[in-house]
Design a protein around this ligand. Structure first.
Ligand code: RB5
Length: 144
């Protein structure tokens, strides 16, 4: 299951991504926001991160204007490794090497076709473990 959310700055792009998830047959939970009224991105980031850390969702996608606020808010959550991506290579590598569990995107930064390609890379690549697990473990130890 994929948890997906946005603020008003990411609303349009989130809908594009939802259409993509539907077309690919992914199970997802759209946790808002559901219109373009101004809201605070940390509130949505918190919902998506909670869904990921409690096991309800395997991965999360967060969209705001730049993706940066969502990324910062998400990475304040224990157990979350959020990656801000504006290119497909980073989206692939952050799954393979960093075991990122949240993808953040900028609805005012990238276009719909690139966004769909980024989401595809994020969702179809798996963590490679091995030496990368050691590095992820070291990184996560900073939380304690
Ligand atoms: C909202 O105007 C904007 O600040 C937000 O969408 C996001 O870009 C924050 O990082």
């Amino acid at each position: 299951m994929i948890a997906i959310g946005c603020d008003h700055g990411g609303f349009e792009l989130k809908n594009v991504i939802i259409d993509y998830l539907k077309s690919e047959g992914y199970e997802f939970n759209d946790m808002g926001t559901y219109d373009t009224n101004s809201i605070d991105y940390p509130d949505i980031a918190h919902k998506i991160c909670t869904a990921v850390t409690n096991g309800e969702a395997k991965l999360g996608i967060l969209v705001c204007g730049t993706g940066i606020g969502m990324n910062m808010a998400a990475n304040k959550h224990k157990g979350i490794r959020a990656a801000q991506c504006s290119d497909t290579f980073s989206a692939k590598m952050t799954r393979q090497h960093n075991d990122a569990n949240i993808l953040t995107l900028g609805g005012r930064v990238i276009g719909p076709e690139l966004a769909k390609d980024i989401v595809k890379e994020f969702l179809t690549n798996e963590f490679q473990g091995g030496r990368h697990q050691t590095r992820v473990d070291k990184m996560m130890s900073f939380e304690n």
